[in-house]
Ligand binder design. Structure first.
Ligand SMILES: Nc1ncnc2c1ncn2[C@@H]1O[C@H](COP(=O)(O)OP(=O)(O)OP(=O)(O)O)[C@@H](O)[C@H]1O
Length: 328
């Protein structure tokens, strides 16, 4: 029997004037799952979270949390961190958490929450005097005072330094281990890959692919790559037994400073080194990488973006992507 969805969106549509924010977004999150929503700026992630948490009403479609409509659900079982959450700043971190804790009958001790978000020593500092990353961690803490069963975190780690980010990651992992259902949005693919049981990729207002990070990488991540930092032309590698090309747009390297060897096992890297040496090709570095969620993102979401900017008449390409999503 299929597990019952704790959070569910069915064919949600939402427009702001001419702007279509959601165009049939659907997803189902099971109890205890960590579900990460990824997608380009403007894809509709925040609007989807807002529709799921009852802060915006969809034009059509249905949102459900724990079997209820988002506006009818017991708020004490819900934690929501909006992207633009900005609490009153003339309070200390501790006072802020105490304030939010005061909204619930059976709230957690603010000191324990401060410790959870790695700010045990910063409780007496005024919110406005905290760094941006510390403020964000207090905001994450504010969503935890009621020990929610379902937690929505819209870009929880944006602006947080690497150590603080890891604190929040461990916190989310602990929450998930204790059974909390978590829906988060992020632009950090490493974050999604590390935390999420499943990932939903939003583009153009709908979920175009969903699945475990492993399945998405397997289905859409492409081949392993060996990147060679060299000015040599890919054609010069014609008799190498692997496909060689320039790096694609958007993959972090200027196309004429590197070539990419695809589908190559790490054990075969020595063959390529021998090949380079035998031909006196100059190179300054070799990097082997397996496909990851960033490759999936670039393959599916950025492709959608590029098509949209390259051509206004791209309806056919969108339907291809929607089909790719159906198989994920
Ligand atoms: N209140 C609003 N009024 C008008 N347009 C809006 C409003 N909220 C969202 N939009 C528009 O809807 C679209 C989706 O926005 P949304 O914030 O949901 O995207 P997002 O995926 O969360 O983006 P980001 O990654 O930048 O946070 C965008 O084009 C945005 O400009």
């Amino acid at each position: 029997m299929e597990a019952e969805a704790v959070v569910e969106a069915r064919a949600l549509e939402k427009s702001y004037g001419e702007t279509v924010a959601l165009s049939g977004a659907s997803l189902a999150v099971e109890a205890g799952e960590v579900f990460a929503l990824i997608g380009p700026n403007g894809a509709g992630k925040t609007t989807l979270v807002r529709a799921l948490t009852g802060t915006t009403a969809p034009d059509s479609g249905q949102a459900r949390i724990m079997g209820d409509s988002p506006t009818a659900v017991d708020r004490s079982r819900l934690g929501v961190l909006p992207q633009d959450f900005s609490p009153p700043d003339r309070l200390s971190a501790h006072e802020l958490l105490a304030y939010y804790a005061g909204l619930y009958d059976d709230a957690r001790n603010p000191n324990d929450v401060l410790a959870d978000v790695g700010l045990a020593d910063t409780g007496e500092t005024w919110y406005e005097d905290l760094s941006g990353g510390q403020q964000r961690r207090v905001c994450v803490g504010a969503t935890l005072v009621n020990d929610p069963d379902v937690l929505f975190l819209d870009e929880p780690t944006t602006g947080i330094d690497p150590a603080g980010r890891r604190t929040v990651w461990r916190l989310i992992e602990n929450l998930a281990a204790s059974g909390t259902t978590v829906v988060l949005t992020t632009h950090d693919m490493a974050e999604a890959e590390r935390l999420a049981d499943r990932v939903g990729l939003l583009a153009g207002g709908s979920v175009i692919a969903r699945g475990t990070p492993e399945a998405l990488v397997r289905d859409h991540g492409g081949a392993s790559r060996l990147t060679i930092e060299t000015a040599a032309d890919p054609d010069a590698f014609a008799d190498l037994e692997y496909p060689v090309s320039r790096p694609e747009r958007g993959r972090g390297r200027t196309p004429d400073s590197a070539v990419v060897v695809r589908d190559i096992d790490p054990a075969a890297i020595a063959t390529v080194v021998d090949y380079l040496e035998a031909r006196n090709f100059e190179y300054t570095g070799l990097t082997w990488s397996e496909p990851n969620l960033e490759d999936v993102y670039l393959e599916l979401a950025d492709q959608t973006e590029l098509e949209r900017t390259d051509s206004v008449d791209d309806a056919a390409d969108h339907s291809d992507l929607a089909q790719a999503g159906e198989t994920a």
